[in-house]
Write a new protein. Structure first.
Length: 405
């Protein structure tokens, strides 16, 4: 069975060019980059070249990049550095739709006595900028926002927010894990202080990330050890993976026009075809979003059931409802957006890459209608080709929700 992979926001396939660049560093180029002999020097030179490649993609200086193990470590490093370098400030501002690496850290900090403000979004997933401005105080140590939402692809006004924070003397961090490699970024032209990324979202392997740290920003390392990364992240460098993310950065920079051209066109065609299925909704703003991402709700069916049947038909996607085993609670992102509960449970995320083809989109549009029709025939909330449930439910109240009860 041929696989149609539409889950690139979860992870991407390692590009052949990336694997080829990495292989020598598993074999003959095995030196420690900190060693003084030529074997170490050759590897150190490769790391410098990789750093230059990533800096080119980000529009920053090579020395402003700190390599980490993943986006989550980068997020944690940024958050804890901002707090440790400003011990007198006890306020953090973020949004209600962040990645768990920030959301769960914010919840932990709140239990430690920090004040945490979570800014809301509207029905399209757009940030309430006025609420953000009103939330900033002299006690605010950090504002941390996703550049692009991982579920909906919706873009936040990161450049404008960074400028506002700079004006008020507040450190600004963005989790750009989903944005890097999909939209143009030039950090030299922004006031962003720190930016997180992850290699496996741009066709590098899992297990490598990076944190941009603006030159001159006060910084406290999260991993304390040796002199590596200019003393900002101890531990022997993960050489093959750093080389890999450098190669992936070169590939991403070259493919940016294709991401925002051919990939976007495929996404739009897929989306328009799915909207022909009755009671189908696209979640999130359809303009201010990543070119590869679509979050679609098929009302009155379960997202997990959709994914199960799609998988059997060869299509890989992910659930927009982010349900856990034994739980009917939909994703915090869709709840914050006020997506109707009947739709939130039937949400799936489709995320494309340059590896996808028009033929795959054609095949997916053949498979989806049959899957949704079959599941709705089994649903107690769908009868005779139409909803059999009031669609006015905006939230789940366990005492009155017609689904939960």
């Amino acid at each position: 069975m041929e696989t149609i992979y539409l889950d690139n926001n979860a992870t991407t396939k390692v590009a052949p060019e990336v694997l080829e660049a990495m292989l020598p560093f598993f074999k003959e180029e095995y030196g420690n980059p900190s060693s003084m002999h030529h074997k170490g020097g050759d590897v150190a030179a490769a790391l410098r070249r990789a750093r230059l490649s990533l800096a080119s993609l980000l529009g920053c200086e090579p020395h402003e990049i700190v390599y980490t193990s993943c986006g989550t470590e980068s997020d944690n490093t940024a958050l804890w550095s901002a707090l440790r370098t400003q011990p007198d400030k006890r306020h953090l501002v973020t949004s209600k739709v962040e990645h768990s690496a920030i959301i769960n850290n914010a919840a932990f900090l709140a239990r430690q006595g920090y004040k945490v403000t979570e800014i809301g979004v509207d029905r399209r997933g757009l940030l309430d900028f006025d609420e953000l401005k009103a939330a900033l105080t002299p006690d605010t140590a950090l504002v941390s926002l996703l550049w692009a939402n991982n579920e909906t692809g919706v873009l936040f006004p990161i450049v404008e927010t960074a400028a506002l924070c700079r004006e008020k003397g507040i450190v600004f961090h963005t989790d750009a894990v989903q944005a890097v490699g999909k939209i143009p970024i030039n950090l030299k032209e922004t006031c962003i202080d720190m930016l997180s990324l992850s290699g496996h979202k741009l066709h590098a392997p899992k297990g490598i990330g990076a944190l941009y740290v603006r030159h001159g920003l006060k910084f406290a390392p999260f991993m304390i050890g040796g002199h590596q990364e200019n003393g900002r992240r101890g531990g022997t460098e993960n050489v093959p993976y750093i080389v890999g993310v450098g190669a992936a950065a070169e590939l991403s920079e070259k493919n940016l026009p294709e991401e925002n051209g051919r990939v976007k066109a495929m996404r739009d065609r897929l989306e328009e075809g799915l909207l022909k299925i009755p009671s189908t909704i696209v979640n999130g703003d359809r303009e201010l979003r990543l070119p590869n991402t679509s979050n679609v709700s098929f009302e009155y069916v379960e997202g997990e059931s959709i994914l199960f049947h799609l998988s059997h038909a060869g299509i890989c996607a992910s659930s927009g409802s982010a349900c856990t085993s034994g739980s009917l609670e939909p994703s915090h992102v869709l709840r914050a957006m006020g997506v109707p509960f009947t739709a939130a449970h039937g949400s799936i995320r489709l995320s494309l890459s340059t590896a996808n083809t028009d033929a795959e989109i054609d095949k997916a549009l053949e498979i989806f209608p049959a899957v949704i029709s079959k599941l709705r025939d089994l649903s107690p909330f769908w009868k005779d080709g139409a909803p059999a449930l009031d669609n006015s439910l905006l939230t789940c109240d366990t005492n009155s929700c017609q689904i939960c009860n």
